[in-house]
Design a protein around this ligand. Sequence first.
Ligand SMILES: C[S@@+](CC[C@H](N)C(=O)[O-])C[C@H]1O[C@@H](n2cnc3c(N)ncnc32)[C@H](O)[C@@H]1O
Length: 280
Amino acid sequence: MIRDTNEFNDAPWRAIDRAEMEQTQSVPTMLAKREQKLYYWLTSHWTQDIGAVVDLGCFVGGSTARLADGHMDAGKSHWIHAYDRFKADERTKAAELYRKGIAPFKGTDIYWLARDLLEPWEERVTLHRGDILTKTWDGSPIELLVMDAAKSTETTDGIAERFFPHLIPGQSLVVQQDYFHWRLPWIPVQMHLMKDWFRPVAFCPDDTVIFQNIRPIDDKALTAGKVSDLDDDALLGSLTEVQPLARTWRRKQRIYRMKRAIKANPGVRTGYLMVDPDKL
Ligand SMILES: C[S@@+](CC[C@H](N)C(=O)[O-])C[C@H]1O[C@@H](n2cnc3c(N)ncnc32)[C@H](O)[C@@H]1O
């Protein structure tokens, strides 16, 4: 049975009072304010505690804290697994940590900082350190999969192979935090290619789109959604097919920008290597 997602149309997370999630404010995050509320709402209101919550690309745990706080407030017991390389260069440390109240420190390792920041939720969170492509999943059901690490086509396919088969059809959500990011056009393309397995449920500014898994993910689904073998024309063609969906959220311009990015960066499949087409 496919769970009704009509309530998403009213973006009920907007009504969450930030005081409810006050404890999370000490954990720096790259999430927009509305996305933070969404994450808290998903684990406090939507999930039914029938599978794990997986946070891919948690940085110092900002997203994990919002997920864990909702999970804790709702008294849920399934585990939260957060993955990251847990490395940050000086520029990222200055912009994302020191500016947000973390005292300066030496080196690039942020694992212990994340452990420390997530201490209020430590009885429900496991951190997995290292490249996601070196990890395996234990095969248990995943009820909520939050994705902020699909920064290349290789990682995007690697994540799909490792985690999508364990989603619970009809219930599980995939939160694509970078769906509308111009540097990562393969994300909307993959979700479009897997449209028989995922249906879009809501958009949450700045960049997030939420999908519901509606059919079991098998080899056929993974083959259909593979993005690493696609050439630029195939990416552009798929993006044209994504435009009507983007239009429903008045975000068609974001798809146009992705198309300009592909044309300005032929063959590039890693986000940080993409040159901004609008600054050329
Ligand atoms: C935009 S940041 C995440 C922000 C975070 N979700 C928050 O709430 O602040 C993206 C993270 O993904 C991680 N990442 C990207 N690719 C990865 C990979 N292949 N394996 C592990 N972590 C990865 C980076 O280390 C980085 O911390």
